[in-house]
Design a protein around this ligand. Structure first.
Ligand code: GN1
Ligand code: MG
Length: 564
């Protein structure tokens, strides 16, 4: 009893102490959005320290399961930084803890912080002050404020009695999510295990490429824009071990090559669609990929002409389409093969998109007979929906996405592969298709979208299909689209429904959108408050660029008039 009281006292002392070490500057307000907390790196220490407390509490609540903290601001400018928390399954922190995250980050003084924690642990039934354990894995990107913020996070974690912090070093965001997931599954979880898994499963994918499909030298060449971030650094580390592909890294993050995310990276190329830093007319016709600053986003592009600085873009929607085609094809081979060994593998394949997916991609996927569903913007929604299927494939148009396989499906696939390999069918089309699916499930990062593993899966599939960048690009033609941002007094006054495709409040706004949209062939338009910026986003699609621009502009005008 006395020992418990001592521990409780110690717990209170530590929380008061750490909170007084990281006072909240006046006027600072943090909100745990889709990307966690994000702001100017120099102002982030109080929020990061409190995220440390939060992560340790989450681990205590989940009986000591490992929880992750990533210190990154993704594609934001180099001066910014941020922090987000990974749950034990490697996904984003459970949404119902977000209001507490906000309250904790904004607690005005040490006493308020202590009271908040005590109330929360009581409400959530967290056994604080007892003989619990907690472990938090930390990773950070290459930003200059990363090291100092890591220290703030460590102090936050150590403020919870029994919590143990493990610094995993400078990593891509998806690497840390992968480590958290593996650690909790009790399987290998180090960085070298991550690399080995990528390298081995990529090699297996290439071994399963039909012999007549092997491409020429140009087909094997890939230039990767690393956004001067951590993704380029990691790719440089492993590219020599990736057989069957010749990778050149530009904007690799090496001293003197450029500034993180400045005029380069997936966000830049997807929005601007022009040649960026590190690329020139000499690259015309070569397949290129672009990562963002923390390597959880991937897009592809090709410099289209030497005279103009334009690029042909392959965005998340087309990566999704490629993955969907490949997986569907393997399932069809397994289930419809005419071999004597008639084994089948029933699988529910689900495609998850957001309203920002180009309408042409949705049409393409539906024409293939695939089940396509929509969720609100943000990986946490897409990932959760994808988990409802045996195989779920999700992508945001901007290049965040992955493929998830259910445990049950993987175990059936494993049994099927074993049966096929022991029977005469070893070497049959059915066996190869099963092995391809198995290798793909090991290559792709199932914890979260991962530009490095996604890139290798794309490369393996292009080789399997014997496709050039152009073949891939021509799967379908994107409908012209336009995105605009509108500054309003209070963006939360817009309430949306139907996965953000309709405005429910103010209702007159939806009436105006419907009226405008009816004037355009293939017109589609929606508005929603951004979760990461203080703006309302307007998206419009139509059959020509001029029409898409005009539809977006007129709807933006209605938003301004009504709410500006
Ligand atoms: C249109 C768009 O690209 N929105 C992005 C952006 O969210 P907003 O809520 O739209 O600000 O940032 C999110 C986090 O990175 C990302 O998941 C999402 O796709
Ligand atoms: Mg990112």
């Amino acid at each position: 009893m006395a020992a418990n009281q001592e521990q409780e006292k110690e717990q209170r002392r530590r929380l008061l102490d750490v909170a007084s070490r990281f006072p909240l500057p006046s006027g600072c307000r943090f909100s745990y959005g889709t990307a966690g907390f994000r702001a100017d790196g120099a102002t982030m220490a109080p929020a990061v320290c409190r995220a440390g407390i939060l992560a340790a509490l989450r681990s205590v609540k989940l009986a000591g399961a490992a929880v992750g903290i990533v210190i990154t601001a993704s594609h934001n400018p180099v001066g910014d930084n941020g922090v987000k928390i990974a749950d034990p399954d490697g996904g984003m922190m459970a949404q119902h803890w977000e209001p507490f995250a906000d309250a904790l980050a904004n607690a005005p003084d040490p006493d308020a912080l202590l009271q908040l924690v005590l109330q929360f642990v009581k409400d959530e039934g967290i056994p604080l002050g007892g003989h619990h354990t907690a472990q938090v894995l930390l990773g950070r990107d290459t930003r200059p404020t990363g090291e100092y913020l890591l220290d703030a996070a460590l102090q936050g974690i150590n403020a919870i009695v029994g919590a143990h912090a493990i610094d995993m070093g400078i990593l891509t965001t998806p690497q840390l999510h992968w480590m958290v997931r593996n650690k909790n599954k009790g399987i290998k979880a180090s960085e070298s295990d991550y690399f080995t898994q990528l390298i081995d499963s990529f090699r297996r994918m290439l071994e399963l490429v039909p012999k007549d499909k092997g491409g020429d030298e140009l087909a094997k060449k890939l230039i990767v824009d690393g956004a001067n971030g951590i993704g380029g650094v990691k790719l440089e580390q492993i590219k020599a071990e990736l057989s069957g592909i010749d990778i050149i890294v530009r904007n690799s993050g090496k001293e003197g090559e450029g500034i993180l995310n400045h005029m380069c990276g997936a966000d830049f190329v997807q929005k601007e669609r022009v040649t960026h830093h590190g690329f020139s007319p000499e690259d015309v016709g070569v397949r290129c990929a672009s990562l963002d600053g923390d390597a959880d986003r991937l897009v592809y592009f090709c410099v289209s002409s030497a005279s103009e600085n334009k690029v042909d873009l392959v965005d998340g929607d087309k990566i999704l389409s490629l993955f969907a085609l490949f997986i569907r094809e393997q399932l069809d081979i397994i289930n419809n093969s005419g071999s004597q060994v008639n084994k089948s593998l029933p699988a529910r394949l689900g495609i998850v998109q957001t309203a920002y997916a180009n309408g042409a991609s949705t049409q393409f996927l539906k024409n293939l007979g695939l089940e396509v569903v929509f969720t609100p913007t943000g990986v946490k929604y897409l990932h959760k929906k994808a988990l409802e299927y045996d195989i779920g494939i999700y992508f945001e148009a901007n290049g965040h996405g992955t493929v998830v396989f259910s445990e049950e499906f993987l175990s059936q696939l494993d049994s099927l592969s074993n049966e096929l390999s022991s029977e005469t069918a070893n070497g049959s089309a059915q066996y190869h298709a099963a092995m391809r699916l198995m290798a793909a499930s090991q290559l792709i990062n199932q914890a979260v979208g991962d530009a490095l593993s996604g890139l290798l899966l794309v490369e393996a599939i292009l080789q399997y299909k014997g496709w050039s960048f152009q073949n891939w690009c021509e799967l379908y033609s994107d409908l012209p689209s336009r995105q605009l941002k509108v500054k309003v007094i209070d963006r939360s006054s817009i309430v949306t429904t139907d996965s953000e495709t309709k405005v429910s409040q103010p209702s007159s706004l939806q009436e105006s959108i419907d009226k405008e949209t009816a004037n355009y062939t293939h017109g589609r338009c929606f508005v929603r408050p951004s979760g990461t910026e203080d703006v309302v986003r307007v998206y419009a699609e139509a059959s020509t660029q001029v029409e898409a621009d005009s539809l977006a502009r007129s709807v933006a005008h209605h938003v301004e008039q009504l709410l500006g």
